[in-house]
Design a protein around this ligand. Structure first.
Ligand code: GLN
Length: 485
């Protein structure tokens, strides 16, 4: 068993009896311990993991295994787990143990996967660098002085450093794709509604979507098969059965039946400082496999960041109002009055960036400013979505860089929130439109990984993953891993 094995290799090894799930899980736990300095985990769930691994070995022996039975994975600490804390990277929830499991957690548990722990993240998933975690920053394994991206930085790092072969994440405006790009791993943000949000701590409910980090598009597709699906417990969950997903565990991922026509949006390439050459190479690789390219325009792209930060902030301000120090979460010592209890509990429990979002979001929703900010942002959101829908009349997929730059040094952007927000320029548009998107490693710039992004129409995960598979069959960027891991 190898720290960088694919899910299907691990499944084969377990099936053949080359190693047991207990052995595999112990090896993962050991690697996690040896790499504590990365700070990619908030909680390591050793006991729970070993119990699950033992159960998985029994299930295999009984011939009832799925492709994930006995395979270790990590959950972003935003997914509720019974018996193990769910902190969401915040002091507010530092001691919170959820009374129920998130649907994502129970589905992957039901498949027999082994949860080794909960990964570090920006507080309440707000951030692009993982520097906003109450539990400290996460280091990028390619260069530990750099950020891993955010907000799912712990999950991205854990996969990149070979601590786990699979990790969950959430993506509201880029939180899977951007850290996947910065850490040189594959990441999938499914269509809004594809994966249940039940038990996933809410940040911006109209944008939040659970997804995955893994080593390849095929691993992503395989794990998605066990994670996606309609959930009556999430009112925005899509009742959209997909026979392709049901078949993946048996048939595996294929290349697309017909090579897709891929759009290159001019707005994403204009003035690109980093990654131009790698994107050009990716285009050539796909062209050689029969894909056709077309230049397209998504004219409202530049409005995505302002629209996203208004809408996400507004939704965050209402979602986070539940943390009042009364029902659950941090409570201040010796409150003098109810108002004092609210004020101090929230002041102590939330970090700086979360407070910034609550303040700007509340402002955007306030009576005098609602039309000028929130309503305007919603109109822009519709235009951005319309841009994509028009583009998909002439192309099957859209190819863009995932990020405008490679991973940056810790501390570089912490005093400049707007510059930090600009990091999400290429990821927020697909989020606002609710579209699925994939980030795949596509090369290096001065030794640091770069990611390409493929965006597809709603519920086109099949084509996205198949196109990703096509690309990864021709390249080996996804097989590289940082030195020393
Ligand atoms: N970086 C973005 C933000 O800070 C996106 C976060 C996310 O997708 N959760 O809001």
């Amino acid at each position: 068993m190898h720290a960088f094995s694919s899910l299907s290799d691990l499944n084969q090894g377990l099936t053949r009896g080359d190693f047991s799930s207990v052995e595999l899980t112990k090896a993962c736990l050991e690697r996690i311990r040896a790499n504590e300095a990365l700070n990619s985990f908030i909680t390591v769930a050793e006991e729970r993991a070993l119990a699950q691994a033992q159960a998985a070995d029994k299930r295999r022996a009984a011939g009832e295994a799925t492709a994930l039975t006995g395979v270790p994975l990590a959950h972003k600490d935003i997914f509720c787990t019974t018996g193990v804390p769910t902190t969401c990277g915040s002091r507010m929830l530092a001691n919170f143990i959820a009374p129920y499991d998130a649907t994502v957690v129970s589905k992957l548990d039901a498949a027999g996967a082994v949860t080794v722990g909960k990964t570090n993240m920006d507080e309440f998933a707000m951030g692009s660098s993982n520097e906003n975690s109450y539990f400290g920053p996460v280091a990028n394994p390619w260069n530990t002085t750099l950020v891993p991206g955010g907000s799912s930085g712990g999950s991205a790092t854990a996969v990149a450093a070979g601590l786990v072969p699979l990790a969950t994440g959430t993506d509201t405006g880029g939180s899977i794709r951007q850290p996947a790009a910065f850490c040189g791993v594959s990441g999938l943000k499914p269509t809004y509604g594809r994966v249940s949000r039940y038990g996933m701590v809410a940040f911006a409910s109209s944008l939040d979507q659970g997804g995955l980090f893994a080593r390849s598009a095929s691993d992503l597709a395989l794990a998605l098969a066990y994670m996606a699906g309609f959930d009556p417990l999430d009112s925005t969950s899509a009742d959209q059965p997909d026979p392709w997903l049901d078949d993946i565990p048996l048939s595996g991922l294929n290349t697309p039946e017909q090579a897709p026509v891929i759009g290159l949006p001019a707005e994403y390439f204009a003035g690109l400082k980093v990654g131009g050459a790698q994107m050009e190479e990716a285009r050539k690789t796909l062209e050689a496999r029969g894909c056709k390219f077309r230049e397209i325009s998504l004219p409202h792209t530049t409005s995505a960041i302002p629209a996203y930060y208004i809408i996400a902030g507004a939704e965050a301000s209402t979602n986070l109002s539940r943390y009042d120090g009364v029902r659950f979460g941090h409570r201040c010592e010796d409150p003098g009055s109810l108002e004092d209890l609210y004020c101090r509990s929230r002041s102590e429990g939330f970090g700086k960036e979360v407070k910034r979002r609550i303040l700007t979001g509340t402002y955007a929703l306030s009576v005098g400013y609602f039309d000028a900010y929130y309503l305007k942002a919603q109109k822009l959101r519709r235009l951005i979505q319309q841009d994509f829908l028009s583009a998909f009349e002439s192309v099957d997929l859209i190819l863009t860089p995932t990020t405008p730059d490679v991973a940056f040094p810790r501390g570089k952007l912490t005093d400049d929130p707007v510059a930090m927000y600009q990091q999400d320029i290429f990821t927020t548009p697909a989020s606002l439109a609710g579209l699925p998107a994939l980030s795949l490693p596509c090369g290096f710039q001065q030794g640091l990984p770069l990611g390409l992004q493929l965006i597809g129409p709603h519920f086109s995960e099949r084509l996205l993953c198949e196109a990703g598979f096509l690309y990864q069959r021709e390249t080996d960027w996804h097989e590289r891993h940082p030195e020393g891991f």
